[in-house]
Design a protein around this ligand. Structure first.
Ligand SMILES: O=C(O)C(O)[C@@H](O)[C@H](O)[C@H](O)COP(=O)(O)O
Length: 231
């Protein structure tokens, strides 16, 4: 299921989302002494990252990771790691821990097994996940038409992290599976602009998750996806 939170503009959305996430991370820290959050890359979240980075959170108790990453050099503009370092892991948030999804040179079975173990030991289930959405209805790197989409959307998938080779976008990816993301305590979908609203409306209008993987989050009764949208 989902709730739509709409805002007059992007700046108001970024403020509200950062405040909500701040409270959720503080509450997780108060309850269990630590918190974890997975964020998305892309062009949408930069303003939100900047505001969140200034929030008074005990950031050294927070582990930040990405919902997905391109398997490219960490310094590359094509990846999300640099974006997160330059915009979120700044100011107060510079003391947060960062869980790198790209570790090692090749994305082989052994690398994935190590990463899955480390993710299970350090940050899963996530307290907060902020998803983005592509024009084709992909979220994280769960791309429709990729050979890995059945595995990616399989609710009983034991692998939290998996390899995806999109057919419609560049770079091999590593992504959290739907099975892992759906365990997150709080799920947000952060989208801006008219065209994304149209994609959202299309996603809400029918239920085929393989056509639009974001539907897996919007139509699942066990997930309360908070959609944050501004024009
Ligand atoms: O790294 C990424 O690209 C993502 O995690 C991806 O799922 C993204 O969130 C959407 O493609 C939306 O991207 P935009 O914000 O650029 O529209």
């Amino acid at each position: 299921m989902y709730s739509l939170n709409d805002f007059e503009n992007k700046a108001l959305l970024d403020e509200a989302l950062a405040e909500e996430v701040c409270q959720l991370l503080q509450s997780a820290i108060a309850t269990k002494g630590k918190a974890s959050i997975a964020v998305s890359g892309g062009s949408t979240p930069k303003g939100f990252f900047k505001i969140l980075s200034n929030k008074a959170i005990d950031w050294k108790k927070v582990t930040v990771t990405l919902a997905d990453e391109r398997w490219v050099e960490l310094s590359s503009d094509a990846g999300n790691t640099r974006l997160v370092h330059e915009n979120l892991l700044q100011n107060n948030a510079s003391s947060a821990k960062f869980f790198h999804l790209k570790q090692g040179e090749t994305l082989c079975e052994e690398t994935l097994a190590d990463l899955n173990l480390a993710a299970n030991n350090t940050l899963l289930p996530l307290d907060v996940v902020i998803l983005g959405m592509g024009e084709d209805g992909h979220t994280a790197s769960l791309f429709p038409c990729s050979d890995q989409i059945a595995e990616g959307l399989d609710e009983s998938n034991k692998s939290a992290l998996m390899m995806v080779q999109p057919k419609t976008a560049p770079n091999q990816r590593i992504t959290f599976s739907f099975a892992a993301l759906k365990q997150s305590k709080h799920v947000f979908l952060h989208i801006c602009g008219d065209s994304k609203k149209q994609v959202l409306d299309k996603a809400l209008s029918s239920k085929d998750i393989f056509e639009m993987p974001i539907r897996a989050f919007l139509h699942n009764d066990e997930i309360d996806t908070q959609v944050y949208w501004a024009n």
